[in-house]
Design a protein around this ligand. Structure first.
Ligand SMILES: Cc1cc2nc3c(=O)[nH]c(=O)nc-3n(C[C@H](O)[C@H](O)[C@H](O)COP(=O)(O)O)c2cc1C
Length: 224
């Protein structure tokens, strides 16, 4: 399976078999996390093989069972932190799908006390978790907004834009809100979002999907 196929078959998995990530998968995952941290100025950390790993959190919604592994999305706290978590986290989530692993983003609220399982340095903020592991479960497709609802374009759009939108349409979003809009006026390409819970994380995820679908470089995005 390649990354474009992974976009089509990926769905949130909330029940896992409780196995830690091991062997070649663990090696690749650690490399991907290190690359994301270097490139995205993040401090993503893998929590692996921890029974009842979501217990220290208040989970926003959904029933999560047997989660033992997750990536704690942490990074330098600035205006782009949530978007960077989404972009680089989804890069890992789609690779995971190609490797036969399952994933699920989860809005994990913390009280005043953060779990000991990962570290948040001064100036950093913990945003959310990306659960990862093996599971027999198969996710189900969900309702998605139309390309017209998710984009704002002027005139005819090129073929690469259509392919990018198809991939962005399938991006997971918090509560399936799909609050993002991708703008293209024939020259400038940008993405914005309406307000929403973790909507900037969603925006980063959609951006990564769009890049994979369209084949454009990350540098092609203009600031909205
Ligand atoms: C940023 C983000 C936060 C999410 N938070 C939760 C959550 O707290 N609980 C949950 O059950 N699902 C959560 N989800 C999963 C979404 O509900 C799911 O991605 C969406 O409904 C689309 O379904 P699919 O991923 O199965 O395609 C989250 C997804 C994203 C992208």
């Amino acid at each position: 399976m390649d990354l474009l196929e992974a976009i089509k078959v990926r769905h949130t998995i909330r029940t896992y078999d409780g196995q830690p990530i091991a062997g070649q998968d663990l090696e690749t995952l650690n490399k991907m996390i290190a690359a994301a941290n270097a490139e995205g100025n993040l401090h993503l950390q893998l929590v692996n093989g921890q029974p009842d790993a979501l217990a220290p959190f208040t989970v926003h919604y959904g029933k999560w069972t047997n989660v033992t592994n997750y990536i704690a999305c942490v990074g330098q706290d600035d205006a782009s932190l949530e978007q960077r978590c989404g972009y680089y986290g989804e890069k890992i989530a789609l690779w995971a799908e190609t490797a036969g692993l399952k994933t699920g983003w989860v809005d994990t609220r913390t009280g005043s006390q953060l779990p000991d399982a990962f570290h948040v340095a001064d100036g950093e903020r913990f945003v959310l978790c990306l659960c990862i592991g093996t599971s027999e479960k198969v996710g189900r497709p969900h309702k998605v907004k139309s390309v017209e609802q998710l984009s704002d374009v002027t005139g005819q759009t090129p073929e690469w834009f259509a392919r990018g939108m198809e991939a962005a349409q399938l991006a997971p979003t918090a509560g399936n809100q799909q609050a993002f809009t991708i703008h293209f006026d024939g020259t400038n390409l940008s993405i914005t979002t309406a307000d929403g819970n973790l909507a900037c994380v969603d925006m980063g995820i959609a951006q990564y999907h769009f890049e994979l679908g369209s084949g454009i470089d990350h540098a092609r995005w203009a600031q909205a």
